[in-house]
Structure formats: structure tokens, C-alpha cells
Write a protein that binds this ligand. Sequence first.
Ligand SMILES: *Cc1c(COP(=O)(O)O)cnc(C)c1O
Length: 360
Amino acid sequence: MRIFNFSAGPAALPTAVLEQVQAELLDWHGTGMGIMEMSHRGKDFTQVAQEAEADLRSLMGIPSNYKVLFLQGGATQQFSQIPMNLLDGRSADYIVTGSWSKKAYKEAQRIGAVRLAGSTEASNFTRLPGADELSFDPAAAYLHVCTNETIHGVEMFDLDGLPADVPLVADMSSHILSRPMDVSRYGLIYAGAQKNIGPAGLVIVIVREDLLGKAMPITPGVMDYAVMAANDSMLNTPPTFGIYLAGLIFKHLLALGGLDAVEARNRAKAELLYSTIDQSGGFYRNPVAVECRSLMNVPFTLADAALDADFLAACQDARLSGLKGHKSVGGMRASIYNAMGIEGVQALVALMQDFARRKG
Ligand SMILES: *Cc1c(COP(=O)(O)O)cnc(C)c1O
């Protein structure tokens, strides 16, 4: 029996999709071999990769002047790859709203000139910056944001107040495909797969074509978006299994009704969990400002941290796993990505209420 897996990443995948993978593992579509065993240049895998891209384009409504790249190296490699490709001898702006955007900003400093456009670190990353806390360079090559801070549970729901004429670069690793996004508002979107897409080892980059072709001369070919785009992400061997599995996830989400339907499910889950926290009379607390509480990652603390170990033990007994908070913030964190059903959140909420009754 599978548990309810609240891990922040690598995270739960839909059981039905994993069962399909299991059924196809040794013999994909009568070819007598598994996907992992076939050439990435053969017609079978080429079709798998093309369908994955087409399904992602349809799910997210990606305009035709954007390239979709299936890369490796995780989101962390993008922290360097983005400035290498986009700085173009200029400077870039970074908004720091949590651990991940802070890391992206730090890595970019090794590559070239970058500038802090605003930070909420002094507020412990529990809110987004107000307009009066942001200052933009109108000549910046791009503006980098992390639209969902996985560790702090802070999500950007609108882009109001961000400059319209500087290309926006967004780390969407932990909330891509959780709801519709207006891709045309971004110059580049990137996401590691292991939260909401598929297995670790795959990273997806969606980039507007006019931003390509400006990479620094030292940029390795496998890290140059223009080179990868010209080679359909197959300059070298791509992460074939990851692309295949991501493709099955895209089909699964399309069958659920697309991202509007996915968003409705995610909102119902998040509302149930946040209302349980808020109505616990202070037994549980989420520190994030209400308007930017993440639909995907819900950090919370117990009023008495001495009860943390008991709480986690009770979770384990109830087959709820992955709830220990990130070490930098402590407490708990429930990651409720697309693959977490409402039943899992209902089970968590029931346990939280029971625990609070017994220990409160
Ligand atoms: C997990 C995560 C990363 C890092 O991903 P890696 O694949 O480990 O490099 C970066 N940004 C965000 C928002 C994340 O959630």
C-alpha cells in the first residue's frame, strides 16, 4: 500500500502513471525493449519526445515564439546557465524572496554583473516585497524571480509592479503546472522536474526565441540554449526516461481537464490545510502573509516545538511521510503538489486535529 507522501522533492507521482510505467518497463508498445534501453535518435523515442513537447505546449498554452528545452543539471545549474546565456554583457536584476532566489542571485554573481532589486530576508521571507521596497534597472538584461519559494512557502500570484519591458525570468520548479500561467509574460521559465513534473534529472526551460544567441563565448555547447534549441535538446543524449515519464504526466494532467481543473483541486487542498492551521487556536501556525501563501508548500510550526518529534511519529504511524520542515526554518512542511490528492490532505488534517486535541 502506498503512503501519503508530502515530500518537498523528489516528490510523489500519480500512482496511475507509475503503474503505466511499470506495465511498459520491459516492453514499450510491443518494441520488445524498455524506453530506457532505446536510442534517443530512433523513431520511437523521437515520437515520445515530440509528443511530450506538444502536450506541454498545449497544457501551458506556450506561444509558438518560445522554445521548449529538455535539459539536465537541475534547476541549480540554471542559476549559472541563465546569466551565461542572457546577460549579454549587461547587468541583471534579482528579487530575493526565499532560499531559492537567494541561491540563484548568489550563483549569478560568479558569472557577471547582477543587482539586488529587492529582498524580504529581513522579514524572514514570510511575505513578498511591496512596491516601495523594489528598485529596478530599466536597462537590465532580465529580472529574475522565484515564483514559488519551496522552503518558505511564499508564492507569487501576480506580477503587478514588475517592469513590463525587462524580460522576466522565473524559477517555477515547485509550482509549474499547478495552475495556468501566462507564459507570454515571461522571457524564460525554468523548472526542475522532481517536484511537479516527473523524476529528478530533467529540467525544463521555456525561452522566448529573441533571447537566444547571446551566450558568453565560454558557454559550453550543452549549456547554450541556442545550441540546444537548434538540436531539439539532443546535442548529446538527453534524459530519455525523464522525458518519457514527464510526457505521461502531461497526458495525465490533460486528461484531468488541464490546468484550470488542476488549479481547482490544488486550491481546495490548500484551503483545507491553511484553514485547519488558522483555526487551531494557535496550536499550529503558518508565518506567511495570507495573500502569498503557497498552494504547493505549506510550512507550519507547532506552538510547542518540544512536541515536534511526537507529531512526526504520529504522522509516521498514520502513513503520512515527508512532513519534517526544512532545517533552515524548522517545524513542519507539507508539500501538496499535483500528485497529492485531497484524501491525503484530509488524512493529514484529521491527524493534526486529533493531535491538537490530545496535546493541546
Ligand atoms: C528544488 C528547487 C531547486 C533546486 O533544484 P535542483 O534540481 O536540486 O537543482 C531550485 N529552485 C526551486 C524553487 C526548487 O524548488
